[in-house]
Design a protein around this ligand. Structure first.
Ligand code: ZN
Ligand code: ZN
Length: 357
């Protein structure tokens, strides 16, 4: 049991050389509209691993981690969850990966994830005013503009933690691609996001779900999550021909997979590109085919608070909930952060969890 009077503790990361150090942090003084959450569980996301590997620059020192679920410990002023409930101590919540001001042109146009003033948890330097700004800590200091969503007590923490990155990102991509009941859906890349996409497409009533991955064990997982057909890259075109490809969700980020997604999309179909989050080789497409096929291509990055609310609802109700729980081995304690990161880098499980007790 956590001692509520104890100082918050954060795994402060100083870069690939300096690594992690557990450091006590002063309890933040909350400004109006801010919330202090005691984190129950955080999961290590692929983007954390990219940062730790030095592939993605981040301001330092920082508190990494953004996939998390926790319990409200303190609130300043009036703050409401997405469904309008007053945020109060004791409430179990998750929160958007980034803040949104609600008034800039992008926020007004419905893409708050691209707010011109966005601040992202697990991606910012520690400042005197904002120290607990990531998930790998006992507490997270939620600043104004963060979207909060209630999490049912019945939802296991290991299933809930990925909601605010993996699950909400998939929900947003499906929405942007127009995924609807009756569609034939192709999911490329069967890590955490791909398996989520398979289950979510089934939830939305997809007629066929085809899952593609280079790894056979991941393909079998995709089948367990509800894929009707699974295959490697060499079988993708054949399956798309056989079952159709109304919506193609590309989550691997591999440029050959991106090219395949553009090549296989069916007439009046959509491609959602999600996995390509760092610069890679160019891909090509032949415009005449795109015109005649009525093709659409959408990029999708992060999500809105409505997508997060939908993600939590989906996780709470999906028949695949036990399968999602099985993707996350027993959590390691925060003081074993180096072991947790090493396990995540090994990649034997889609997510490694860190507990804060
Ligand atoms: Zn904004
Ligand atoms: Zn993430």
């Amino acid at each position: 049991m956590t001692d509520p009077s104890a100082l918050p503790l954060a795994a402060v990361w100083s870069g690939p050389e300096g690594g992690f150090a557990l450091e006590p942090q002063p309890r933040p003084e909350l400004a109006p509209g801010e919330v202090l959450v005691r984190i129950e569980l955080a999961t290590i996301c692929g983007s954390d691993l990219h940062t730790i590997a030095g592939d993605r620059p981040t301001p330092l020192p920082t508190v990494l981690g953004h996939e998390a679920v926790g319990v409200v410990e303190d609130v300043s002023g009036t703050v409401r969850t997405r469904d309008g409930k007053l945020v109060e101590p004791g409430q179990r919540v998750t929160w958007t990966i980034g803040t949104a001001c609600g008034s800039c042109r992008r926020c007004v146009r419905g893409v708050p994830q691209k707010c011109t003033g966005v601040r992202k948890y697990g991606h910012e330097a520690i400042t005197d005013r904002w120290r607990l700004n990531g998930g790998l800590a006992t507490h997270c200091h939620l600043v104004a503009g963060t979207g909060l969503v209630s999490v049912p007590e019945s939802l296991p923490a290991a299933v809930a933690a990925p909601a605010n990155c993996a699950t909400a990102t998939v929900v947003c991509a499906a929405r942007r691609a127009g995924l609807d009941a009756g569609d034939s859906v192709v999911v490329i890349g069967c890590g955490m996001l791909g398996l989520t996409a398979v289950a979510y497409a089934r939830e939305l009533g997809a007629e066929h779900v085809i899952a593609c991955d280079v790894d056979e064990s991941r393909r079998e997982l995709a089948r367990a999550f509800g894929a009707h057909a699974v295959g490697g890259p060499d079988e993708l075109a054949e399956y798309a021909q056989k079952y159709g490809a109304d919506v193609v969700i590309e989550l691997s980020g591999n440029h050959r997979a991106v090219q395949a997604a553009l090549d296989i999309v069916g007439t009046d179909g959509s491609v959602a590109l999600v996995g390509s989050v760092s610069p890679g080789p160019e891909v090509s497409f032949e415009p005449d085919t795109f015109v005649r096929n009525l093709s659409r291509v959408v990029g999708s990055h992060n999500y809105t608070v409505d997508d997060l609310a939908e993600a939590v609802l989906f996780l709470a109700e999906t028949p695949a909930q036990a399968l999602f729980a099985d993707l996350v081995p027993d959590a390691l304690p925060l003081h074993d952060i180096d072991a947790a990161v090493a396990a995540a880098r090994e990649g034997t499980a889609p997510r490694i969890a860190v507990r804060m007790d």
